[in-house]
Design a protein around this ligand. Sequence first.
Ligand SMILES: [Zn+2]
Length: 263
Amino acid sequence: MNRREFIAALSLPLFGCGGRADPSEPWPEGAVSLSYDDGLPSHLDIAAPALTRHGLRGTFFVTWTNIAPRVQDWIAVGRAGHEVADHTVHHRCDLQDIRASDYFEREIAPMEAWLDRTFGPRRDRDFAYPCDVTDIGSGSATVQMLRFEHRLRRLGLHSARTSEGEPNAPQWVRQHPYKMQALAIGYDTRSLDDVFRYLDRARARRQWAILVMHDIADTPADGTMTIRDHDLLLDHVAESRMLCRPIGRVLAGIAKTRAVVSA
Ligand SMILES: [Zn+2]
């Protein structure tokens, strides 16, 4: 009897290889979401076609000023099964001189209204903080972030993604849906090996990896992923047994699991 057969005979789960289904763990092999920020032309011309070739779907956090010149192409991306989500109208990074009510009225509500009109009221509703800035208005950083979360919730948004941190445990997401963590390729790391190690950690811990990408181009640069690395990443994800879905779809799965657990 080898080790695998011995463990099977004892009915013990093999770590990281499926094991017993725990209803509080929606992804026995971990999950991954591929997110793309800012609504850049390379997302239309390179990322979306590459995702389609690999049979994958991503989340595109778009900024109105960037998508306006090719809005019909962006609508086609959303209708092809990708998530098109809110990254504000102008992508302001300094929020010190603006009132929270004005910021939400001018930067977030108009994007939500356009997304509703374009993709319907039943669409997924997720947000990514421009420049990872979560502080708005007066008070401590915690008070400012709570103010941001409160207003996002009031506007009907289900989650918000930051751009740093380890993979997300389902329980973390349930408790902190407006603090979802992610790895920003091109900023946190430019090494594909680092990205693969991050995915491995999510898989081993049965957690949710969220990747953030910006521009995708032939040549390497700060904040940019090369076309070759992007293709290698998609090959890796498509061949892995991790669940790969847009952010809103993974969140919907977590909500469904909670309903099963609490039933
Ligand atoms: Zn951005």
